[in-house]
Design a protein around this ligand. Structure first.
Ligand SMILES: Nc1nc2c(c(=O)[nH]1)N[C@H]1C(S)=C(S)[C@@H](COP(=O)(O)OP(=O)(O)OC[C@H]3O[C@@H](n4cnc5c(=O)[nH]c(N)nc54)[C@H](O)[C@@H]3O)O[C@H]1N2
Ligand SMILES: Nc1nc2c(c(=O)[nH]1)N[C@H]1C(S)=C(S)[C@@H](COP(=O)(O)OP(=O)(O)OC[C@H]3O[C@@H](n4cnc5c(=O)[nH]c(N)nc54)[C@H](O)[C@@H]3O)O[C@H]1N2
Ligand code: SF4
Ligand SMILES: [Mo]
Length: 709
């Protein structure tokens, strides 16, 4: 079923007097009102991101509150191998505190690992980082955003000195002359986002999409480039080569607002059009057309998403597109520049307040003495007790149970058994732990392996703030009561901090935690000091940085200057090397992974919602009919897809929208359809992002296909 065919109710069931809040899922954070009996959601017209639109996940979000297997009591395993059985909160929290004490006594503070998520509110993400550093005093904390935004973040910091997803309000998009979307399929990943692109096109702007598949998004583009996976960097360098050759470089902008262009100008000499066509498979005239569309006005925007970023060279790939945007003189102009599409609900805020291994609140660096001093003063501790940087997400998961790795893991807001690269290995690492505690509202594939499971409240049952893809801080409001027996993550952290006799205060009130976060972030790059719940309410959200209550907030942080020491954006020369795992005789096909409209991430939430399961019931592999014929695979048959790390068995979907040399599997399912059994763990050297987007596989018809007939 195509995206447009999926059923979206035409007349929503209105939630009379519903509480205004935002969707539980992605970074668009569509506005919705929640209320009524039974509880329903209604889209809000007053939120610019969605202006009355929702995707199918948003429409069905109320069902998440009442999924039949919602957890409402803590669960505990008496000993290794024993089943998970209901217990009291006292027993569960005492057990966790007891295991922490036992393991830290034996192996030191870093024996405990913490893993967070970009879906947590700012308040939770902040409190989790603080909990790790001063209650557990472990350096071993990271979060799933490392799997999501980290390459774009690293490139943004390197070029602009600040990691902000979109360079301006989402309503700027409609005013762009052209938008080039690299490795993003927003028609499925953020459907209401398409409205902004459509409006731009109606005003005469052009949409260029770069994706190895002709996706639902690419079908609506004026130009679609279909490169081989993992070759975007070469494509960007090739476009810059053409821009220089065609005299499209904005020399005034380059002279006034940037540094380092000469080295890049020289380095892209080597990316002459024919060579780039050979590397990428994109015909030279298409490249030329893309550059002309981008260069014809100065309000063009280059956007990257996971397709360009989730590579072992993701940071450099994003850098190549930033180089192109800078040379064309785009950044800093309304509607123009470079931006990346943040993914998770609080992907932006979740990477600012200290759940990242190397970071303290306000996007401060944990190894910066002044930052440590500032944050320690807010926390009421000696800076000496704050540990140094820890391992990145994949490295942390890979070290679980190892001699020098964490022996226990506390997990909040992620399901790595499904979503981590080479998840078969990660499952083994998790099994090697002495102790695992998971806070979730459903028994996810990872929670199922825990020794203690803590049933937590979810989006519409609690309040807090989320920072959306624009960098706008929004209020998530409590609309319904949580079921009996459930506690919030802030209550869980407070209960544990108390048992661990942690220093500092551990409020369970989101508003109080937010005030502390404001103080901790004050003066940092992501400064929230001037943002209050009241302002968010009256102003429809506030853009950071916002250093004081009389500051208007910063919708367009690069308008006047960049946030580097000299205020100039930095060009950095980067070179193409291709995927970490190229194809060969044994594994002749590229596998790319990604998303479908109806499911969210590891699927822990959406695989429990009937209309979403109906829309997209099972995992599948997209194969070009020519490749299918060569592989002996027919439409609808089960096919075995094997990489050097594992095998999955999924149903074949023959489509002529994908390249002949590439197959696509979404990663939302567990068990034999788990795409991450196949993926590669090669890491980007700067961001530590794993190469989720490309690895080498072979295809075989599943033996049972014949036997069934
Ligand atoms: N329905 C739905 N929506 C979501 C989510 C979800 O799970 N489901 N998750 C949210 C989150 S956390 C995120 S990060 C965003 C992700 O949003 P997107 O980045 O839009 O989503 P993906 O499907 O991961 O990848 C986008 C495209 O990258 C392409 N691609 C793969 N390899 C390459 C390559 O080498 N080069 C190029 N140019 N393209 C390539 C794929 O074909 C795919 O169409 O979505 C958010 N929204
Ligand atoms: N092959 C492949 N793998 C990928 C990707 C890809 O494109 N391809 N994309 C990667 C990306 S971009 C991402 S973001 C990751 C995401 O993958 P995961 O980190 O696994 O994300 P989710 O499935 O959203 O997991 C969130 C879990 O936390 C629970 N949860 C939600 N909200 C809360 C809360 O407030 N508190 C608590 N305690 N629990 C909560 C949910 O029920 C769910 O079980 O996957 C990555 N993995
Ligand atoms: S686009 Fe994202 S925020 Fe909007 S309704 Fe869908 S999942 Fe929710
Ligand atoms: Mo993500």
């Amino acid at each position: 079923m195509s995206v447009s065919e999926q059923v979206i109710p035409e007349t929503p069931t209105v939630a009379p007097g519903g509480t205004p809040t935002h969707c539980p899922y992605c970074a668009l954070q569509c506005g919705m009102a929640v209320g009524g009996s039974p509880v329903r959601v209604t889209p809000r017209e007053d939120v610019p991101a969605n202006r009355g639109g929702l995707c199918q996940k948003g429409w069905t979000a109320a069902e998440l509150l009442t999924v039949p297997d919602r957890l409402t009591t803590p669960l505990m395993r008496a000993h290794l191998g024993a089943p998970l059985e209901p217990c009291t909160w006292e027993e569960a929290l005492d057990r966790i505190a007891g295991e922490v004490a036992r393991l830290q006594e034996r192996h030191g503070r870093d024996a405990i690992g913490v893993f967070g998520g970009g879906g947590l509110t700012n308040e939770k993400a902040y409190q989790l980082g603080k909990f790790a550093r001063i209650a557990l005093r472990t350096s071993q904390i990271d979060y799933n955003g490392r799997f999501c935004m980290s390459s774009a973040a690293a490139a943004l910091n390197r070029a602009f000195g600040l990691d902000r997803g979109l360079p301006g309000p989402i309503t700027d998009l409609a005013r762009a002359d052209a938008i080039m979307l690299v490795g993003g399929n927003v028609a499925e990943t953020m459907p209401p986002f398409m409205r902004h692109l459509t409006e731009m096109r109606e005003r005469g702007g052009a949409l260029v999409v770069i994706d190895p598949r002709r996706t639902a998004t690419a079908k609506q583009a004026d130009l679609h480039l279909q490169p081989a996976p993992g070759t975007d960097l070469a494509l960007a360098n090739g476009m810059l080569h053409l821009a220089i050759a065609e005299g499209l470089v904005d020399e005034d902008f380059v002279a006034a607002r940037t540094g380092g262009f000469e080295a890049v100008r020289i380095s892209v000499n080597a990316y002459w059009p024919d060579r780039v066509e050979r590397i990428t498979g994109v015909p030279v005239p298409q490249m030329r057309e893309a550059v002309r569309l981008l260069g014809r006005g100065n309000r063009s925007l280059i956007l990257t998403a996971r397709g360009a970023e989730q590579h072992a060279r993701g940071t450099d790939t994003v850098t190549a597109f930033i180089n192109l945007a800078l040379a064309l003189g785009l950044p800093g102009r309304e509607g123009g520049g470079y931006g990346c599409l943040t993914g998770q609900g609080n992907g932006q805020g979740g990477r600012e307040h200290g759940q990242k291994a190397d970071q303290l609140p306000g996007y401060r660096k944990i190894d910066d003495p002044a930052a440590r001093e500032h944050v320690a003063a807010v926390w009421g501790v000696d800076p000496e007790i704050i540990p140094g940087p820890g391992r990145s997400a994949f490295e942390l998961l890979d070290a679980l149970g190892a001699d020098d790795g964490p022996k226990a893991l506390l997990l909040f807001g992620s399901n790595p058994v499904v979503s981590a690269p080479r998840s078969g290995l990660i499952e083994e690492r998790i099994n090697a732990l002495e102790f695992l505690a998971v806070s979730d509202f459903v028994l996810s594939e990872t929670a199922r392996r825990a020794d203690v499971v803590l049933p937590t409240a979810q989006w519409a049952e609690e309040s807090g703030t989320m920072t959306n893809l624009e960098g706008r801080v929004l209020r998530r409001r409590r609309a319904v009561a949580a079921p009996d027996g459930v506690r919030t993550d802030l209550e869980i952290l407070a209960g544990l901090a108390d048992r661990l006799a942690a220093p500092g205060t551990w409020s369970t009130e989101p508003a109080e935690v937010f005030d502390e976060l404001r103080a901790a972030s004050a003066g940092g790059p992501a400064d929230y000091a001037g943002i209050t719940y009241e302002r968010i309410e009256s102003e429809g959200g506030v853009f950071w940085p916002c250093p004081s209550e009389d500051h208007p907030g910063t919708p367009r942080p690069f308008a006047e200057r960049f946030h580097t020491p000299d205020g100039r954006a930095r060009f950095t020369p980067v070179d193409h090397t291709g995927p970490a795992e190229g194809v060969d005789a044994a594994y002749p096909v590229h596998l790319i992974t990604g998303r479908v409209l109806a499911h969210y991430q590891s699927g822990a939430q959406t695989r429990r919602i009937a209309p979403l399961v109906d829309a997209s019931p099972e995992p599948f592999v997209e194969i070009h009919p020519d490749l299918a014929a060569r592989s002996g695979v027919a439409e609808g048959e089960m096919v075995r897809v094997t990489s050097r790390r594992g095998t999955v068995t999924v149903r074949a979907r023959l489509v002529d929208t994908i390249r002949h040399d590439t197959v696509f599997i979404p990663f939302h399912w567990a068990e034999e359809g788990r795409a991450n059994l196949l993926t590669n763990t090669a890491l980007d050297p700067m961001s530590r992002m794993p190469e989720f987007k490309v690895c080498a596989v072979r295809l075989e018809p599943h033996e049972e296909n014949g036997a069934d007939q």
